[in-house]
Design a protein around this ligand. Structure first.
Ligand code: NAP
Length: 439
């Protein structure tokens, strides 16, 4: 029996488990360990609350969970409850599917001021991640600056300007909705250090801005490339996106109460303000033939009581596991870190791609494990459970999660899919009346 531990229960973790079941069938025992009592990682805590159709992929992960010899151990933190060395001793293979939960630093003067918040924290807050339940972002501001031209920047802007009605069918957490929906925001700047031809947005996500109830997207026509320039682009998605941005140049600022201003060719230089963020100093850029942003020396300031950086994420390093600090992910060759130790998803390739990109990535790791020719007996699950019992660690099982899930669904406001618990104690409180599950 092959025994594999996967650390992290997000898409990369579950696709790896699916790949292992496909490769080994009943010949594999897969244990998925997560530090939260809830599974599904980025699907629950990262995907925007108004993008419920994307979240439906959890049904597939549930199929994997129930479709083979797979167990979930939630509320178990590797490095605390159990060490990496112990896991590597217990299992034939350990797969790090730990994602990239940390924000890339902006690294400009003033970026530590209150009111400068990274997307990992901000998105985690509105999605109910327990780590960020107390973030309390200063949304008592008329102007917000969002830095970055990727889909995370679009998610954040959209969630901030959608009306309560537009969010009615979402699982935006109540604590966030209360603050967001009474915010006096009038202007959101989405700031790119390069131009419209270099954005990372995808067309569907940009298209949603054309249909907002109370907010109008605006692009300065002067910042658009020459008519037809996008025809030179290889990527059809990007061609379409640029076409959509062109349409935003025809919109009128007074149409709606709120404006989303796409500002291109602007590089953040300094966060302005006294003891909290009050604005942003930017330097105008131009893009050279190689697509690089070059500073022009010309600076300008924007008001912003809240600055949200959406400039990419980093994986958390683990003592003893080789880490590429520059790229913010584990050192690896096609997902192999060392014999018996693998990484997958964002922990392997950095924070790129869609949820679906993790599927071939997970399957590849399963193939790598198959090709590694593991042999000998390992304690696997029995050894893990013995350690957890010995240390009195409360591991949340998949059945326990289903009770938390049912309780969240039961307390949802009308029209919403669920009302998430945002604190680990509340989650465990749902499980505790029937006592801990036996390991
Ligand atoms: P991203 O797509 O890599 O975009 C990061 C943006 O930040 C880029 O525009 C980058 O500009 C900019 N940036 C980086 N460092 C900067 C700096 N120091 N100053 C100013 N700008 C800086 O990352 P993301 O938006 O975090 O998204 C992560 C992944 O999740 C992506 O693959 C994304 O597509 C995916 N995602 C998908 C969805 C969806 O499908 N609905 C939703 C959310 C996220 P340069 O290009 O100049 O480096």
């Amino acid at each position: 029996m092959l025994k594999v531990a996967i650390i992290g229960s997000g898409p990369a973790g579950y696709y790896t488990a699916e790949g292992l079941l496909k490769q080994f069938g009943s010949g594999v025992e897969v244990d998925i360990i997560d530090r939260l009592p809830t599974p599904f990682g980025l699907i629950r805590n990262g995907v925007a609350p108004d993008h419920q159709s994307i979240k439906a992929v959890t049904r597939r992960y549930e199929g994997t969970q129930l479709g083979g010899n797979v167990r979930f151990y939630g509320n178990v933190e590797v490095g605390d409850a159990v060490s990496m060395d112990e896991l590597r001793g217990l299992y034939h293979a350990v797969v790090l599917a730990t994602g990239a939960p940390e924000d890339r630093p902006l690294g400009i003067p003033g970026d530590a001021k209150p009111g400068v918040i990274g997307a990992a924290a901000f998105v985690g807050w509105y999605n109910g991640h327990p780590d960020h339940a107390d973030l309390n972002p200063p949304l008592d501001t008329e102007a917000v600056a969002i830095i970055g031209n990727g889909n995370v920047a679009l998610d954040v802007a959209r969630v901030l300007v959608k009306t309560p009605d537009e969010m009615a069918a979402s699982d935006l957490t109540r604590h966030a909705a209360e603050i967001i929906h009474r915010s006096p925001i009038r202007t959101i700047y989405i700031i790119g250090r390069r131009g419209p031809l270099q954005v990372h947005f995808t067309p569907k996500e940009v298209g949603e801005f054309g249909e907002l109830g109370e907010a109008v997207p605006l692009v300065d026509p002067e910042q658009l490339p020459e008519e037809g320039a996008e025809r030179q682009l290889d990527d059809p998605g990007l061609r379409k996106t640029v076409g959509q941005l062109r349409q935003f140049a025809n919109r009128s600022p007074g149409e709606k109460a709120r404006q989303i201003r796409f500002l291109f060719y602007a590089r953040p230089k300094e966060v302005l303000g006294g003891n909290r963020a009050e604005g942003l100093r930017l330097e105008r850029t131009r893009v050279d033939g190689a697509g690089q942003a070059l500073g022009t020396g010309e600076e300008f300031d924007l008001p912003a009581g809240l600055v949200i950086t959406c400039i990419g994420y980093r994986t958390l390093s683990i003592p003893g596991v080789p880490f590429d600090n520059e790229r913010g992910r584990f050192m690896n060759e096609d997902g192999v870190i060392a014999p018996g130790l693998y990484c997958v998803g964002w922990a392997r390739r950095g924070p790129t791609g869609t949820i679906g990109t993790n599927r071939p990535d997970g399957f590849l790791i399963a193939e790598k494990i198959a090709a590694s020719g593991v042999s000998g007996e390992r304690p696997g699950r029995d050894g893990l459970e013995a350690l957890l019992r010995q240390r009195d660690i409360w591991a949340v099982t998949f059945d326990d999660w289903k009770r938390i899930d049912a309780a969240e669904i039961a307390r949802a406001r009308i029209g919403a899919p669920r009302e998430k618990f945002v604190r680990v104690d509340e989650m465990l409180g749902v499980v505790s009346p029937q006592g801990r599950s036996d390991l």
